[in-house]
Design a protein. Structure first.
Lengths: 146, 146
């Protein structure tokens, strides 16, 4: 478990790859983003992407989940106030394997709460060819060392 | 089904309420955001929020899903290039009922593709007391009338 003090500006952390199967794409879409291009391989052929693609919300959540689990924020992340400018750059298709890379962009102790600091991360999700499929900046509230 | 031409700048559209049960919060967290404050009511008591709260990714996806299904973009939404500045303003707790309101902030025909336009929506998710829990701006690619 890392605390706020254990992060260094400019360091890059890399999460494990997440495989997006057709089944996993449809399972997410059914409950959380029921649009034809995420839900129905046949209907998706007529869509903008010419086939099934993962919900951008799924790409966001699932790559972060993999990055988080056992990762640098596990145990110390208290929550997030938000995301700055998220871009979906390339569709994620069945069989794609995506990993999240996070670079520490800024570190700031909380002005009002001495038990926490704010870490701004610059994230990029990349495919097997290291091509970016999504990028965003997100702030995390992280525990300081007691 | 509405096309790009059927939206008016300034109009506000309101989705149906989504009930966030403890079970639904934990179900989402297990697969897509396995952090203690989303996953484990007991562990969540020691967290920043003093109890279980929904993943911000779940609030984002599920309120949009409800807004989308049978709503103004159903059938005409081709996808989204991204989100500008998303803020989680207030935790969503078990029993909260959340609805998404979307205001048409900007309309622009695509410069390169005559079959579509770009609609910038200003979204606000509100609870039963009409208090905002999340807000963001998102761009949608929407079919033009053939």
């Amino acid at each position: 478990m890392r605390h706020f003090e254990d992060f260094t500006q400019g360091e890059t952390l890399v999460g494990p790859a997440v495989m997006f199967t057709a089944q996993a794409i449809v399972d997410f879409a059914r409950l959380y983003d029921p649009q034809p291009h995420h839900l129905d391989p046949k209907a998706a052929e007529a869509g903008l992407f010419g086939g099934l693609v993962a919900s951008g919300f799924q790409t966001l959540a699932q790559t972060f989940a993999a990055f988080f689990t056992g990762g640098p924020f596990d145990g110390s992340n208290l929550g997030s106030p938000g995301i700055e400018r998220l871009e979906w750059l390339k569709p994620v298709r069945p069989g794609d394997s995506i990993r999240l890379k996070g670079t520490v962009a800024a570190l700031r102790p909380s002005a009002s709460k001495p038990d926490r600091g704010l870490i701004t991360m610059e994230y990029q999700a990349v495919d097997d060819d290291d091509q970016p499929v999504m990028r965003y900046r997100m702030v995390h509230l992280v525990r300081r060392r007691p």
